[in-house]
Design a protein around this ligand. Structure first.
Ligand SMILES: Nc1nc2c(c(=O)[nH]1)N[C@H]1C(S)=C(S)[C@@H](COP(=O)(O)O)O[C@H]1N2
Ligand SMILES: [Mo]
Length: 451
């Protein structure tokens, strides 16, 4: 098989919907800025009608009459199928082998202190398949024997406790969908190095259903000191990963999780136990969680004193900036992809907020001059990814695609210039600016920074 290219994947070329799905009149009704709310219902009805007509249309049949893939029975229709249980653990089709996590050559420090990004451009809906969840390890991942793993709760507690995985599996559990985003996601965009694809610009982001014991249940059981405001969470890998968690977040919706998307956590995601701190930056979601210490002040550990701090324009450091502010990105069409023909495209992307739910997403195709509302798929969940879709007709002319989210607190995702005005360009973390994808008249899409 051909070596997968680092920037363009097998679905890098976007085909428009077949011309027969849309009448000229309908195409005209979709302005180049999108479909407005009134026309949307009409468009949907007409699409359904067009589909129904197309199914029985001889004109369609004539145009495809010589297609060998219709005329000849393929081998899979003439031979025995593969045996049941050929794959005791199911795998994606071999034709999807190009849809993988990728490492950015520029960002890789060592094989262990590294990051592999989620291929957002190829995913649907809002759940990231566990095998494509991004990976960020400070010192490599570890393959823990669950029988030998322990979770200790100590510090300002009435009774220090140690749990085995079996103990935790017997306790009351919750299952909730939440995004996980590294605080350094979109870091390169602080500078001028617009990275080529959405996988590299936004791929330290994944969404999963997490299952485990509410952290509040474990803290209550240990009899934590009600005056204590902080927790130290510690991982069992060699990175000495320790993070201060506010007691507020710990008692709110944090989970000591063993489950991810219906099965046990993957080793790369912290098997057998990880902390889930919804809405908070990824580094606080300590993997291979082995100890929680209840304390009365922030711990200022290495991962919060010298890393994960943002240098502000006035020379001050922004520390413990834990919450991931509202953010959205168009995942297709996106950098490295190509529109092959003029016509209808469904602009699609993801929106999320660490402070609550997504209330509205707007899309602009002219670099932020005009905005129209996108469709949200499903009911937005708190601190979880929401999928949005937007109807668009590309007229072979240059376009600047942007999305912006409004969250349930009323916060609106900032333009890059607004964010830079407040925070300068010397930060590494917490870049939630509006992303711009430029469509050239050739159909090629790339990453540009406006303003
Ligand atoms: N024990 C431990 N926990 C850790 C890390 C680590 O290296 N060791 N990396 C952190 C960082 S920086 C992030 S962004 C998330 C990444 O989680 P993931 O690898 O499951 O995507 O885990 C966090 N928890
Ligand atoms: Mo991170």
């Amino acid at each position: 098989m051909e070596e997968p290219s680092n920037t363009v994947d097998q679905r890098g070329q976007l085909r428009q919907a077949p011309e027969s799905f849309l009448s000229t009149e309908l195409i005209a009704s979709i302005s180049s800025a999108g479909v407005n709310a009134e026309r949307r219902g009409l468009l949907r009805a007409a699409l359904t009608a067009a589909l129904a007509t197309a199914a029985g249309s001889s004109a369609i049949a004539a145009s495809v009459g010589d297609d060998p893939d219709i005329v000849n029975l393929p081998e899979w229709s003439r031979t025995l199928g593969k045996p049941v249980l050929a794959n005791p653990y199911g795998q994606p089709s071999k034709f999807e082998a190009n849809i993988v996590r990728r490492q950015s050559p520029g960002l890789t420090q060592t094989d262990q202190s590294s990051v592999a990004f989620t291929p957002l451009q190829n995913l649907f809906g809002c759940i990231t398949p566990s095998g494509l969840h991004f990976e960020r390890h400070h010192q490599g991942w570890v393959d823990i024997d669950p029988r030998r793993h322990r979770l200790m709760i100590n510090g300002l507690v009435r009774e220090p406790l140690v749990f085995t995985l079996e103990d935790l599996l017997r306790m009351p559990s919750v299952s909730r969908m939440h995004f996980l985003e590294c605080g350094a996601n979109t870091a390169q965009e602080w500078g001028n190095s617009a990275v080529p694809t959405v996988q590299y610009s936004h791929g330290m982001l994944s969404g999963s259903e997490w299952t485990g014991v509410p952290l509040s249940v474990l803290l209550e059981r240990a009899g934590f000191d009600k005056a204590a405001n902080y927790l130290l969470a510690e991982g069992a890998d060699g990175s000495g990963m320790t993070r201060t968690i506010s007691m507020e977040a710990a008692l709110d919706d944090a989970i000591v999780a063993y489950g991810q998307n219906g099965e046990m956590l993957r080793p790369e995601q912290g098997y057998p136990l990880r902390l889930v701190v919804p809405g908070v930056q990824g580094v606080s979601w300590v993997k291979w969680l082995r100890r929680l210490e209840v304390g009365d002040k922030p711990y200022a550990t290495k991962d919060e004193a010298s890393h994960y701090v943002d240098l502000m324009p006035d020379g001050q450091m922004r520390q413990y900036a834990a919450i991931q502010e509202a953010k959205s990105v168009i995942t297709a069409p996106s950098g490295g992809q190509k529109l092959l023909q003029r016509g209808y495209y469904c602009i699609t992307g993801l929106a999320w907020s660490g402070r609550g739910t997504v209330r509205k997403v707007e899309v602009s195709t002219d670099g932020g001059r005009n905005w129209r509302e996108a469709r949200l798929e499903g009911t937005p969940q708190s601190k979880m990814l929401t999928r949005f879709n937007f109807d668009w007709v590309w007229q072979n002319s240059p376009a600047l695609l942007q999305s912006r989210v409004h969250d349930s607190t009323g916060y609106i995702q900032p333009q890059r210039a607004q964010l830079v005005a407040a925070r300068g360009t010397r930060s590494i973390y917490h870049n939630n600016a509006i992303q711009t994808w430029r469509v050239r008249d050739t159909g090629e899409v790339d990453n540009v920074q406006l303003g």
